[in-house]
Design a protein around this ligand. Structure first.
Ligand SMILES: CC(C)(COP(=O)(O)OP(=O)(O)OC[C@H]1O[C@@H](n2cnc3c(N)ncnc32)[C@H](O)[C@@H]1OP(=O)(O)O)[C@@H](O)C(=O)NCCC(=O)NCCS
Length: 191
């Protein structure tokens, strides 16, 4: 796997590696109840933010020891819909099941930036990277079945729903259903 040239840019976004200061940029997003509702974690405190960002700093590529790429989503300068350049979320992809060719993707967006297609734009860029740069065979996403925004996003970027697992995950005091979405490199060739 070849090393990556970061940041990635899309029409409206910059996807960059983490910095230590992202504990500060991420805390207002991850400390929200509505953001963490379907995540495995509780809302972050400032202390948790420091620890979590420290874990993310080395995730600079699937080819690194971390086997993961964690990217901060920033709006590019000059967008009409949001003022200035700022952090609006993050997206990550990580190799799964000891495989070099299968990876899971996950996304989080500041609710203040929702509804503009920013997560879609970031996710398409990461799928392109996964298949075109890294040459992966399969990318998948899993989410709480009640997380309709996340499921819609997976569908919007062309992933197919492959499973609805019933009460398979113990989360925040209850058994929850999980949806699994997947995309294969061969899906893209036939699309
Ligand atoms: C999952 C999540 C990232 C989806 O965010 P989102 O804002 O719905 O997704 P997008 O930024 O791609 O925006 C899509 C919406 O913008 C609209 N839109 C506007 N302009 C658009 C454009 N240029 N391209 C695509 N969609 C556009 C779409 O129609 C869609 O609206 P709808 O929800 O009414 O159908 C967000 O809900 C989230 O962070 N949730 C909390 C964390 C979480 O649960 N993460 C997933 C864990 S599995």
């Amino acid at each position: 796997m070849d090393p990556l040239d970061l940041p990635l840019t899309t029409d409206r976004l910059v996807l960059r590696a983490y910095r230590e200061s992202d504990a500060r940029t991420h805390l207002p997003i991850y400390s929200r109840e509505d953001v963490s509702r379907f995540l495995l974690q509780e809302p972050w405190t400032a202390e948790v933010a420091e620890t979590e960002i420290d874990k993310r700093l080395p995730r600079t590529g699937l080819e690194t020891d971390s086997r993961a790429l964690a990217l901060v989503i920033e709006t590019a300068d000059g967008l009409d819909s949001l003022e200035g350049s700022r952090v609006i979320g993050d997206i990550a992809i990580w190799l799964a099941d000891d495989s070099e060719e299968k990876a899971e993707v996950g996304w989080i967006l500041d609710p203040a930036a929702a509804g503009h297609g920013f997560a879609t734009e970031a996710a398409i860029a990461v799928l392109n990277l996964a298949f075109d740069h890294y040459g992966l065979h399969r990318v998948f996403a899993q989410m709480d079945a009640r997380n309709t925004a996340s499921a819609k996003l997976a569908q919007r970027i062309g992933m197919r729903q492959e499973a609805h697992l019933r009460r398979d995950w113990w989360s925040k005091g209850e058994w929850t259903d999980t949806l699994v979405f997947g995309m294969l490199s061969s899906d893209r060739q036939t699309a």
